[in-house]
Design a protein around this ligand. Structure first.
Ligand code: ATR
Length: 295
């Protein structure tokens, strides 16, 4: 199905959305694959997702992404929601399957692909430490459990949110252990020492003025046999305090750029049934970020 001018329309629905770099990576992929399509930003006022979705169906949009605050509220209006999206509790990609509108979540895929491709790390049988218990943490914890991780330390400022994730996830993944803790009181140095992967899903580090999530002394010096992967979902700035502290001690660091591109690539594949040109998408994303840095 196409719009009258021959272009298919895809897009991102959220509030706000103006900061998003998704149009850059998706337009790059459409161009590279010679698909006549555009990816637009739809900033819709809170609470009007039902009305908007009815309109979308009439406008023959081919698929779309969702961000805050619609990742959960879209669910009742879809004919199908993937198991993954249900367990994570959020839909970030909607695509068509025949006449049905299906909700999926590509964040876990993006997280794991970056970990494997850029970090050469496989979570199976490992102990990992995750900071945060918001929406991003749910996708990360789900991703790790789906790969049969041995144990997750789930540390958050608000313990109750970590507890909720633990209860929900362990109903579906009984072979992994989750130990929750409060960031302010937990022995973070011990959790990091026992983990081979440490992930920051909190928003701490987004702003220059942010204080540190934990003191640098909690990060041990790496040796060739004890190198850990430190993964921050933040990509702007490129290196947060969390990553700088880890890099200084000789550990491998990953920021959130890879996850963002891989989750977008997966959405592109769900929409178009074509292989995403990931390398080109990465380059387009890096270029856009560089420009943003210079501004
Ligand atoms: P997202 O969907 O991006 O994960 P979110 O649901 O708002 O966003 O979650 C933000 C995460 O950052 C939460 O884990 C939050 O901790 P709380 O659950 O205690 O709110 C964490 N966070 C935000 N600011 C923080 C701070 N100053 N110190 C520690 N954690 C913080």
């Amino acid at each position: 199905m196409k719009k009258k001018n021959g272009f298919q329309i895809y897009g991102l629905f959220g509030y706000p959305v103006s900061h998003s770099l998704s149009p850059i990576i998706q337009e790059c992929a459409f161009n590279r694959k010679k698909i006549l399509a555009h990816y637009l930003l739809f900033e819709i006022t809170p609470l009007s997702i039902e009305k908007t979705f009815k309109k979308i169906k009439k406008e023959s949009i081919m698929g779309f992404n969702l961000t805050v605050p619609y990742k959960e509220t879209i669910m009742p209006f879809l004919e199908e929601v993937s198991r993954e999206a249900q367990l994570i509790g959020a839909v970030n990609t909607v695509y068509r399957k025949g006449r049905k509108w299906v909700g999926g979540n590509t964040d876990a895929h993006g997280f794991l692909t970056a970990l494997k491709e850029d970090g050469n790390y496989s979570p199976a049988e490992k102990t990992v430490c995750v900071f945060g218990s918001g929406g991003a943490a749910k996708a990360v914890v789900y991703a790790l459990l789906s790969q049969r991780v041995k144990k997750v330390f789930l540390l958050n400022r608000t313990l109750n949110r970590a507890q909720q994730i633990k209860e929900k996830m362990l109903k579906h993944f009984q072979n992994s252990e989750i130990e929750i803790g409060c960031i302010d009181t937990f022995d973070i140095a011990k959790a990091i020492a026992e983990s081979s992967l440490i992930v920051n899903t909190t928003s701490v580090g987004l702003k220059k003025a942010d204080s540190k999530l934990f003191p640098d002394s909690a990060v041990p010096q790496a040796s060739s046999r004890s190198k850990k992967v430190f993964y921050d979902l933040i990509y702007f700035p490129k290196e947060t305090h969390f990553l700088k502290a880890a890099k200084k001690k000789g550990h491998l660091i990953l920021n959130g750029a890879g996850m963002l591109v891989y989750q977008g690539a997966k959405a592109f594949e769900l929409w178009t049934k074509q292989t995403a040109p990931v390398e080109e998408m990465k380059r387009a994303f890096d270029q856009a970020l560089e420009m943003r840095r210079e501004m």
